[in-house]
Write a protein that binds this ligand. Sequence first.
Ligand SMILES: Cc1ncc(COP(=O)(O)O)c(C=O)c1O
Length: 460
Amino acid sequence: MAEIKMPVEPFRIKVVEPTQKTSRKEREELLRKAGLNVFNIPAEKVSIDLLTDSGTSAMSDNQWAGLMLGDESYAGAKNFFHLEKSIKRIFGFSHVIPTHQGRAAERILFEALVKEGDCVPNNIHFDTTRANVEVRGAEAVNLCVDEVFDVSSEHPFKGNMDTQKLERFIKEKSAEKIPLVMMTITNNSGGGQPVSLENIKDVSGICRRNGIPFYFDACRFAENAYFIKQREKGYQKKSILDISRETFSFADGATMSAKKDALVNIGGFVTLNNDELAQKLKKLLIISEGFPTYGGLAGRDLEAISRGLEEVLEQDYLEHRIAQVHYLGKLLDEAGVPIYKPVGSHAVYVLADKFLPHIPRDQFPGWALTVALYRESGVRAVEIGGIMFAKKDERSEKEIYPELELVRLAIPRRVYTVSHLHYVADALVELHKKREQIKGLKIASQAPPLRHFTVRLEEV
Ligand SMILES: Cc1ncc(COP(=O)(O)O)c(C=O)c1O
């Protein structure tokens, strides 16, 4: 792995949130009560929380100042118009529909477009887009390039969609059965890998030729743009804003969870060009989210999103952000901890089945690693593997596990320092040394869909 220099943080810390130390004994007890599910551990009892980069960002003083300018009028709050302006400047679509978070944006979009028996391709669906497709009685299909499953291939854009697979799929199913194609940037469930603009253009071309709408799941669009600037020929001199605009110019719309690249703790939106569809979405929005100029958010939240969307485009911010994630990857890689390579934008993914080769897939090595990591160090990570993404084989009723069994160490934006990263790396390295002691798990109770939020397990 190339030498990673850690740039100095492009911010000063003005407010701090104390964290608690816990004893190993206390953590053992907490895990027992939690049914060996780290989602059930009170956050106060987590020393470094790498469960997600979603909604966990530290806001800037500019965003906090924006909160005080929240206009809490029911309709037409000024903050909506600020948000609309920011989104239009970056995404370029004509309608902006705020929602309380990303999955609400997905739900209204899919409710309007997807019907029973349809198929929705994506590079790899995130769990909420998959669930929102499946709940409509439709099929969520992953058509990513095969390199994504080669955990050591240094392909610069492993998040790409396989265009041949897409063309074949459209031929097989017919375009009428595909109400939209989605593309997740960066590809969270496939190692957080970026998608190239060349691939975006190609996928867009295929969709246009077949009359299929093309949408982005754009949670980490700025991080994706940063990789394009770094790695794709011809983009080195372009700004993140220009690359983002070019990205979205190939699509019909996007959903976004603002909890990632809008640097806020809550919020989301759909943005699109189709007038008729936008009207349908607004109707659906009113039923469950709220009036179309607030969509389940307070005026102050809209303001924070608007400001965050501007800040995320800054080169210094992104350079530090990506370097921080890569620095943790380097610490682990150099100590022999198996990780997914290359490291993506928002997280380091540990290869749990390689870390724990003595635990078979049906004893959930990824989940077992999250439990062991918390027990050992108070660090919380998340499994992206057999518990989160298993499918049932209809005939045999057996579970089919996803190709990758990962533990994601997601790095919240602007929250942790280099010494936090060293603490996490040390904990994992120590655990790796005594990995044989970690036991496999079996499910005690579960409630699909999205069973990872509620599942309870026991050691085998
Ligand atoms: C790629 C992707 N899509 C959609 C979502 C859903 O967003 P939210 O949690 O705001 O509903 C997430 C959240 O982690 C995500 O990573």
